[in-house]
Design a protein around this ligand. Sequence first.
Ligand code: PNW
Length: 473
Amino acid sequence: TQAETRLPGLMFPTGFVWGAATSAYQIEGAVTADGRGTSVWDTFVSRPGSVVGGENADVAIDHYNRYRDDVRLMADLGLTAYRFSVSWPRIQPDGAGEINAKGLDFYKRLVDELLSYGIDPWVTLYHWDLPQALEDAGGWPARDTSKRFADFAAVVHDGLGDRVRNWSTVNEPWCAAFLGYASGEHAPGRREPAAAVRAAHHLNLAHGLAVQAMRAQRADSLIGGCVNLYAITPASDSEADRDAARRIDGLQNRFFLDALLTGAYPEDVLEDLREITDTGFIQDGDLGTIAAPIDMLLINYYSRFTVSGAPGGAQSAAAAPTDSGSPWVGSEHVGFVNGGRPVTAMGWEIDDSGLNELLVRLTREYPPIPLIISENGAAFEDELTADDRVHDPDRLAYIDAHLRTCHAAIEAGIPLQGYFAWSLMDNFEWAWGYDKRFGLVYVDYPTQRRILKDSALWYAETARHGGLLGPAE
Ligand code: PNW
């Protein structure tokens, strides 16, 4: 292989986790199989105008039926870990009570298949597919949903805890709260800023209650919270721009990091938020629950935002594909400015220095905790060639640059223990439908054929080698 003809390059520590990630709704399909209930995403996609091209994930990439082949693909890629999520409505079709054994069985089979190849399963408990029945009862703005989530977490942990060691609770509470309940570009598509703030708190609370419930079941599970962080720069040194950066950093990063890691919401953010909602729903003791000790922090990193406080902003950071409001509740005046960097097919600016900035900041400003990059990757326009190849040098370069940043961080003593590429395979990219391809593996949707992109072959070699290869000898 090429590995033997190249210089060693940048080696990562032994035991570094080389993974790839997916989520249930984005890949599974089979939405009515084996007693699965309805989630808010099933409802949302059937509403005209919510997804580009009117697409849905009824079939997605049919992973529910093809999981054995997909796991073999992971083994071929030399992955040591696979991060996936469990569909709540498969386990509890109505979000509470009765356990649907057939749903849980699917994940048992999946985990056993992974373990048979020596691939470590990393389970995410919530990647946005709230049972519709719970949304009908109020959704995340209702406090009770946090308790229902803790019950669900206990069911899954009880069912899989004997064979899964690494767990995370809620994937990206920012997205679930503010894209789901403020901008409405994600399910359930509500545009209620005050409700979105309650949702954000209840998603944090759900995390804390789930940690408690799982710890009570067994002590040897490793449990983390998962946040999507952005590097944020003011467009200029003006007071207005610096205030814009403080606000967006507050809503996007600190609201979640401070709660999880220090047990307090940032005062300045609470003060901004009081203009749109009273915060009486944050009850005594909640923050203690939310800050229950965790074993690691999972970070999803994609990009940097450059922000301006000059009036006339109002557009969302990652411009939404559908008609939607602003996720930046109370800071709708903030403008997102072109920072002048190359962008991906999502229009997201490529900047690995932002990842470094975040890792350094986490180490400096928060109590020490093991870190995992649980998502990082990029969408580009991929094309299948006549000889069944996908040349994706931009994606390869994106991942390479971010891995170099990870390596430098580890050298600098930052406790970064793993990296998961988003995504293992092309899949249903939420409001964008199938238009945006994030996969290392190309999926030919009409035939469901999986084809390794150049980036997949390169990532496989990197994972096998345990580091980035140097130049040819
Ligand atoms: C994350 N934004 O989503 C999710 O965890 C994945 O499911 C998703 O496929 C991936 O990133 C790529 O989008 C995000 O608008 C969606 O800021 C939207 C935003 C951020 C993350």
